[in-house]
Design a protein around this ligand. Structure first.
Ligand SMILES: N[C@H](CCC[C@H](N)C(=O)O)C(=O)O
Length: 303
């Protein structure tokens, strides 16, 4: 991405196509403009193979003193998400590459969070405090104990998935615990049914988790507003805290998602830190209104 400028009327903005452990991310730089990525632009970008994304991370000018930027997060279907861990790491890498700055404070709909790029290029994001109250997630019915709620899929007397833990990392998550390989479950079939289940008035991100040791679990996620993804950082956090809360693991857990590993720590001050990589793929410019885009010339090409 190029440096921001102050032309509030310019039509296109720079973007970088990146990924966070296989979570497909578009980082769009809207600083210095008053423009927003429209749902129409999101859906148009999702129609192209080159720009097919899981989330758009739209970087806006800061709204709160002491923060570096306001980040709006847009899902593939044009809906907005409160949190996106993998996308946040991509934003850090994009901005660090531009300025050399390594510590950032961002504001999102989920609140203010800090992030840091380490010497080894790994990026840690403070994902804030998990919330477990039924009305905070939110659920449609009062459940006093959200470590396991009554919800199941499959035959009534032999459910395929049941009794998920639920948590909010700013966004809603349900974690179904399984005792065998997470790839043995048809998440593509169950995901959309559970995402849109009436128990979740704001829909939910749906994950299947297999605890493999007190320090490790494997996870697959069907993301709200997206579908199957290769990684979902906030789901990894929700799974790790739910695993610790149900005494399945300790508070430091390696979460293996289809794209690779994330290290999650539920700190003593109740905040959750997620550490993992981010990868830059290519850059271009896009129209935030329509989603029309143009790739920058690659190295060796002329404009
Ligand atoms: N991929 C993201 C989460 C997106 C969540 C979104 N699907 C929603 O809550 O609507 C992550 O790394 O945390």
């Amino acid at each position: 991405m190029s440096a921001p400028n102050d032309d509030k009327t310019r039509r296109t903005v720079p973007f970088a196509r990146m990924n966070g452990l296989g979570n497909e991310i578009v980082v769009a730089d809207l600083r210095g403009t008053k423009r927003r990525i429209t749902a129409r632009a999101a859906r148009a970008l999702a129609r192209h193979e080159a720009t097919l994304f899981d989330q758009i991370m739209a970087i806006h000018d800061p709204e709160t003193p002491g923060t570096d930027a306001y980040i709006r997060i847009v899902n593939r279907d044009g809906s907005e998400a409160e949190a996106c861990g993998n996308g946040t790491r991509c934003v850090v890498q994009a901005l660090a590459g531009e300025s050399g700055q390594r510590d950032f404070t961002f504001e999102t709909r989920a609140g203010i969070l800090n992030a840091h790029e380490g010497e080894d290029g790994m990026i840690s994001v403070d994902m804030g405090k998990p919330r477990f109250g039924w009305d905070e997630i939110p659920l449609a019915d009062e459940f006093r104990d959200t470590r396991a709620i009554e919800l199941q899929i499959g035959p009534i007397d032999a459910p395929v998935l049941h009794s998920p833990s639920v948590a909010s990392m700013g966004n809603p998550h349900a974690i179904f615990w399984v005792k065998t390989d997470v790839w043995g479950y048809d998440l593509e079939r169950f995901g959309p049914i559970l995402e849109n289940h009436p128990i979740f008035p704001e829909r939910a991100n749906i994950s299947i988790a297999h605890v493999t040791s007190p320090e490790a679990l494997t996870l697959r996620t069907w993301e709200r507003g997206v579908g199957l993804t290769r990684a979902c950082g906030s789901a990894a956090c929700a799974a790790a805290v739910s695993a610790a809360r149900t005494r399945r693991t300790g508070r430091i857990v390696t979460v293996t998602v289809p794209g690779g590993d994330l290290l999650i720590e539920w700190r003593d001050d109740d905040r959750v830190t997620m550490t993992g990589p981010a990868t830059w793929m290519w850059s271009g410019t896009l129209d935030p209104e329509t989603g029309d885009f143009l790739a920058d010339p690659q190295d060796g090409e002329t404009a």
